[in-house]
Ligand binder design. Structure first.
Ligand SMILES: [Fe+2]
Length: 198
């Protein structure tokens, strides 16, 4: 289940909003220009599916979104724990990449979660919005929006990525340490998993 938590940018001591209602989440994010929607779960797409299987299963939704938003390139990114000795290092390297606040000036960051989970933190208009995304969630962060992404210390997700430009997706880091002042993926995931209806 998806979860949106909003705090003032000054810190997580006060919760401005906390909701798991998809309609409320979409309504809260729309004024920020952030697209949030849910696509149907496809039974034929197990978590370990290859990219072609994932893209084929969601062809209809992908084509519709590409038409609406003009995306030119679509791919599948997948990261799940394995038994190899270098998993901790690979997991840590992947997590660190976009864990600090940044923006993409030349393209939107649009992800559809086929499996697993990750949290996008959007820093907009003096607030921080943590969007915990899970299977079936599509999130579109407009270019220029300051944000960071946490996949946790033991990442597990499969996601479809959408791009307007083949090579336009570069992170411009703000140098702020704001990400370190808010609950991370592990904190939010652990708390959320304990809730009775999560
Ligand atoms: Fe990003």
């Amino acid at each position: 289940m998806t979860l949106l938590t909003t705090w003032p940018e000054s810190g997580p001591g006060t919760v401005v909003r906390r909701t798991a209602d998809p309609a409320e989440i979409a309504a809260a994010l729309a004024p920020l220009g952030v697209r949030y929607e849910q696509w149907p779960v496809r039974a034929e797409v197990p978590a370990d599916s290859d990219g072609d299987t994932v893209l084929a299963a969601y062809r209809e939704e992908i084509d519709k979104l590409n038409e609406e938003e003009g995306f030119a390139t679509v791919d599948v990114v997948t990261l799940h724990p394995d038994d190899s000795p270098d998993w901790p290092q690979r997991a840590s390297a992947a997590r660190e990449k976009f864990l600090n606040e940044h923006a993409h000036d030349d393209d939107d960051e649009v992800r559809f979660f086929v499996a697993g989970a990750g949290i996008f933190y959007l820093h907009v208009a003096a607030e921080v919005h943590a969007v915990y995304c899970e299977r079936s969630d599509l999130l579109g962060v407009p270019k220029g929006t300051t944000h960071w992404f946490d996949m946790g210390t033991n990442p597990s997700f499969t996601a479809i990525r959408f791009f307007h430009e083949e090579d336009g997706w570069i992170g411009n880091f703000t140098g702020s340490d704001i990400a370190s002042r808010f609950p991370d993926f592990d904190d939010i995931h652990a708390a959320y998993a304990q809730e009775p209806d999560a």
